[in-house]
Design a protein around this ligand. Structure first.
Ligand code: NDP
Length: 290
């Protein structure tokens, strides 16, 4: 079997961030400093890591990046007040509330409270509607946007391709399916009730697993020459590692990679793209809000 092309998310993300750097400089010359506020509620260690890398990237690009850390026992009213204050703050163009929130908080209500013009995560119903309508003034959820950017820069033919997305979340599965459809793929969205998932996946020229089940997609699920964009990030035990664990995707990479034309690794594939697209969305918000 021939060597697959590795879709290097780190490299593509680095070039997106370079574009962001020059756009930031251009906005600053016009007196606009892009501002992204990140809100972290509680002590979830994974969330703290994500927020840390987002604020570091903001600082590196020269964004204004207030980080609001709230205790685990924050009430819904207190969180909504923080969001309202950020909505009203002219130095803040983008607002990101890190999910998951502690169980007692109502995520959909928080999403609806964010000014859609500052919803750089692309989760507000108004932005979801704009995605479906193909209105470019809306914000596209960052991970799906990152998947599309990887396909685009890799020159993968989407027009007319058979695409299968596994997963139907509002964060990844549904928006990525809409974006593939907008580029004229024939799209199937599979999920936990899909019958004979392997057979559905075998139809795919472009396969996008976004499930959260380690190494679920096996070699015989994949059509020879398919392009695989593995969104899954799963931590599994590994006694050979100092940390005792390692990250894997939803795809059994070792088995599947040799059969593909191109594939994203985990880590280093879709993951780095997410932050890069968040920065791009913040710049879009800064441009649009002025
Ligand atoms: P969700 O848990 O919200 O959604 C998972 C989806 O997978 C659901 O639609 C579910 O179906 C489906 N599913 C679950 N089990 C199966 C199964 N056995 N067969 C087929 N479908 C199944 O997860 P997210 O969309 O938020 O995230 C998906 C993965 O992507 C996770 O690993 C997450 O860590 C990763 N992720 C990575 C990001 C990155 O930056 N690379 C960013 C965001 C997420 P149903 O609807 O029927 O329950």
């Amino acid at each position: 079997m021939s060597q697959p092309r590795i879709l290097d998310g780190k490299a593509v993300a680095a070039s997106v961030l370079e574009e962001c750097r020059s756009e930031t400089a251009a906005l600053k010359e016009k007196g606009i400093t892009p501002g992204l506020a990140v809100v972290l509620v509680g002590n979830d260690p994974a969330s703290a890591v994500y927020v840390g890398s987002k604020t570091r990237t903001c600082a590196d690009l020269g964004f204004h990046s207030p980080k609001i850390e709230l205790p685990e026992n924050t009430t819904q009213e207190e969180l909504l007040k923080v969001v309202a204050d950020l909505n009203a703050d002219p130095t803040v163009h983008g607002i990101l509330v890190q999910f998951p929130l502690p169980k007692h908080l109502d995520e959909p209500e928080v999403i609806r409270a964010i000014d859609p013009r500052k919803d750089v995560d692309g989760l507000h119903p108004e932005n979801v509607a704009k995605l479906v309508l193909g209105d470019p003034t809306g914000f596209v959820s960052c991970t799906p946007a990152g998947c599309m950017k990887l396909l685009e820069v890799s020159g993968v033919e989407i027009n007319g391709a058979e695409a299968v997305v596994i997963g139907r979340s509002m964060l990844v599965g549904k928006p990525v399916a809409m974006l593939l459809l907008a580029k004229n793929a024939t799209v199937t969205i599979a999920h936990s009730r899909t019958k004979d998932l392997a057979a559905v996946c075998r139809r795919a020229d472009i396969l996008v697993p976004a499930v959260g089940r380690p190494e679920m997609v096996k070699e015989d699920w994949v059509k020879p020459g398919a392009v695989v964009i593995d969104v899954g990030i799963n931590r599994i035990p590994d006694s050979t590692k100092k940390s005792g664990s390692r990250l894997v995707g939803d795809v059994d990479y070792k088995e599947v990679a040799p059969k593909t034309a191109a594939i994203t690794p985990v880590p280093g594939g879709v993951g780095p793209m997410t932050i890069a697209m968040l920065m791009k969305n913040t710049l879009q918000a800064a441009r649009q809000l002025g």
